[in-house]
Write a protein that binds this ligand. Structure first.
Ligand code: FE2
Length: 307
């Protein structure tokens, strides 16, 4: 195996496959920035710029993830919630912590640690981001998916994490992933209790975690105490390619076509992706001449507008 071995996050790096769910362990449970006092301060800073996502403990597995904050609002401030999270009856996510000067160092500390091993099989790590979840007892993160590859690490407390493979089209249809990449809609993400039998189940305690590839559906059930969990995420050359092909397939469906799932026909995918890159290059030139600028996903850190 080439590349230096990570010191903070352990996995079976020799068999690491960027498109397969797997367990990891880590040494971040006692990190000074992941204690509740600095997280309360971070919560105040992020709330001032609109980077808190929160809902009450009434949300359930099948709650529409995008709408949970509106359907089940948590009326307290981030600082109030985090100060007494044991009784707050709330789920709080500190979003895009890489936008905070102090916490950007934590995001880099973790992702620089794993990068040599990730790069061996999945180059192009960019668009780094960090997300810290502070959760009251017996509270659920509804079933959903995200676009990024994700190292999710349990820092304090216990929770049960359900994760499904990113190519499991029984759990989540190809159309759902196409639409999600097209406009970030999770409207085709539909929960069913029978899905639990298809999931990888991780009973997480401090020092434990998991690697979840891009668009792996997941559901989190907190234990009977407060919990702190941190996610470190990124895009790679492969996730950008995958996202672009799903977006193309969404458009093809709109034209009445029925594209094969992404990666089912590698040669066709390669040709389609080459065409997409040409189209994108032309569009970039047009946008520039019209004074429009699209946010790039090939920058070191994720933009704060994406949640
Ligand atoms: Fe998530």
């Amino acid at each position: 195996m080439q590349g230096s071995l990570p010191q903070l996050v352990d996995a079976d790096w020799g068999t690491f496959d960027p498109w397969r769910v797997r367990p990891v362990t880590h040494r971040l449970a006692e990190h000074r920035l992941l204690k509740i006092a600095p997280l309360i301060d971070l919560g105040r800073r992020l709330e001032a710029v609109g980077r808190i996502r929160t809902h009450s403990s009434d949300a359930y597995a099948g709650t529409a993830f995008n709408h949970a904050p509106m359907l089940y609002p948590n009326g307290k401030s981030a600082a109030e919630t985090l100060t007494d999270v044991a009784h707050a009856k709330a789920w709080t996510s500190l979003l895009n912590v890489q936008t905070d000067d102090l916490y950007r160092t934590l995001v880099d500390e973790v992702l620089d640690d794993v990068k040599p091993q990730v790069d061996r099989v999945d180059p192009g790590m960019l668009y780094r981001a960090g997300w810290i979840f502070v959760t009251s007892p017996n509270t659920i993160t509804p079933f959903h998916m995200d676009k990024e590859h994700n190292f999710i690490l349990q820092i304090q407390g216990k929770k049960r994490l359900y994760v499904w493979e990113p190519d499991d089209i029984v759990t989540l249809t190809e159309e759902a992933r196409d639409l999600f990449h097209h406009n970030h809609s999770r409207d085709l993400v539909v929960w069913s209790e029978e899905l639990r039998a298809r999931a990888h189940v991780f009973d997480l305690e401090p020092g434990m975690g998991a690697y979840m590839p891009s668009t792996s559906p997941h559901l989190v059930e907190n234990g009977d105490g407060p919990s702190i969990t941190a996610s470190f995420t990124y895009y790679t050359d492969a996730t950008r390619r995958n996202a672009r092909l799903h977006t193309l397939h969404h458009r093809m469906r709109g034209w009445g076509m029925k594209p094969s799932p992404v990666n089912a026909r590698p040669l066709l995918d390669s040709l389609a992706y080459a065409g997409c890159k040409c189209t994108d290059a032309v569009q970039t030139v047009i946008d520039r001449t019209r004074g429009r600028q699209k946010l790039s996903d090939t920058v070191r850190y994720a933009h704060h507008s994406i949640a």
